[in-house]
Design a protein around this ligand. Structure first.
Ligand SMILES: Nc1ncnc2c1ncn2[C@@H]1O[C@H](COP(=O)(O)OP(=O)(O)O)[C@@H](O)[C@H]1O
Ligand SMILES: Nc1ccn([C@@H]2O[C@H](COP(=O)(O)O)[C@@H](O)[C@H]2O)c(=O)n1
Length: 206
C-alpha cells in the first residue's frame, strides 16, 4: 500500500487537492482518512465547553486511534472510522467501515506534526498558502458549510488558530517531500502526485 500524508493550514486547500487527485484516478483504489474525524471524543463536556476547546493543538487529535487505523489498513484489516460534526463539535453516532485499498491518503492540519504518524507515510505533502488567503477562505467556508458566524471565526483565529499554526503546523512543512502552492490552480503538482500514485498502482498490478 502507498500511504500519502497531506498537511497544510486550515483553508490551504487540502480537501480540494485530494478531490482533484481523486478525479484523475480510479477512486476504487484509494481511501482517504481525514484527521478531522479523529478529534477527541468529549461527551462529558457541554456544547458551550466544547465550543471553547483549542482544535488546532496536536493534543486535540486522537493520534493513537488514527495511527492504529493507518497501521490496520496497511496490514490488510478493515477499520471503523469515526464521523465528526463541526456543528456539534463532537463525534456523531455514525461510523464508516473502510476496507483496505492500494492507496491511502491521510489529510489534516496536524498530520505531519506527529513523528509516529509521519513514519507511516511514503510521501509527505504540504499545501502552502499565506495566512490572509487562508483566513478569507476559512471565513467563507465556515459560514457556508460549518454553521459559524464571523465573530466566532475571528475569535478562534486570534485565540488558537493563528498561534497553533505558527507553533506546530507551519514548522511541519520542513518534513514535506512535496510542497504545493495553491494560490492559483496548481495543476502541475496535482499531475505529479497523480502520476506517482498511478505508477504505484501499475507496479503493483504488473
Ligand atoms: N486554489 C484555490 N483557489 C481558490 N479557492 C480555493 C483553492 N483551493 C481551495 N479553495 C477554497 O478554499 C476553501 C477551503 O478549501 P479546503 O480544500 O476545504 O481547505 P482545507 O481542507 O485545507 O481546509 C474552500 O471553499 C475551497 O473551495
Ligand atoms: N469543532 C471544531 C473542530 C475543528 N475546527 C477547526 O477545523 C480546522 C481544521 O479543519 P480544516 O478542514 O480547515 O483543515 C481547524 O483549524 C479547527 O480550528 C473547528 O472550527 N471546530
Amino acid at each position: 500500500m502507498l500511504t500519502i500524508g497531506i498537511a497544510g493550514g486550515t483553508g490551504s486547500g487540502k480537501t480540494t487537492v485530494v478531490n482533484n487527485i481523486l478525479k484523475q484516478l480510479d477512486s476504487n483504489n484509494v481511501n482517504v482518512l481525514t484527521q478531522d474525524n479523529y478529534y477527541h471524543y468529549n461527551p462529558e463536556l457541554s456544547f458551550d465547553e466544547r465550543e471553547l476547546l483549542n482544535y488546532d493543538h496536536p493534543r486535540a487529535i486522537d493520534f493513537d486511534l488514527l495511527i492504529e487505523h493507518v497501521k490496520k489498513l496497511k496490514s490488510g484489516q478493515a477499520i471503523e472510522e469515526p464521523i465528526y460534526s463541526f456543528i456539534t463539535h463532537s463525534r456523531t453516532e455514525d461510523i464508516t467501515i473502510i476496507q483496505p485499498k492500494e492507496i491511502l491518503i491521510v489529510e489534516g492540519i496536524l498530520v505531519l506534526t506527529n513523528p509516529e504518524l509521519r513514519k507511516q507515510f511514503d510521501v509527505k505533502v504540504y499545501v502552502n498558502v499565506d495566512s490572509d488567503e487562508r483566513l478569507i477562505r476559512r471565513i467563507r467556508r465556515d459560514i457556508q458549510e460549518r454553521g459559524r458566524d464571523l465573530e466566532e471565526i475571528l475569535r478562534r483565529y486570534q485565540s488558537t488558530l493563528k498561534p497553533m499554526h505558527e507553533e506546530f503546523i507551519q514548522p511541519s512543512m520542513a518534513y514535506a517531500d512535496i510542497i504545493i502552492p495553491t494560490l492559483k490552480k496548481n495543476t502541475v503538482a496535482i499531475d505529479v502526485l497523480s502520476t506517482v500514485i498511478q505508477n504505484t498502482l501499475k507496479n503493483h498490478s504488473s
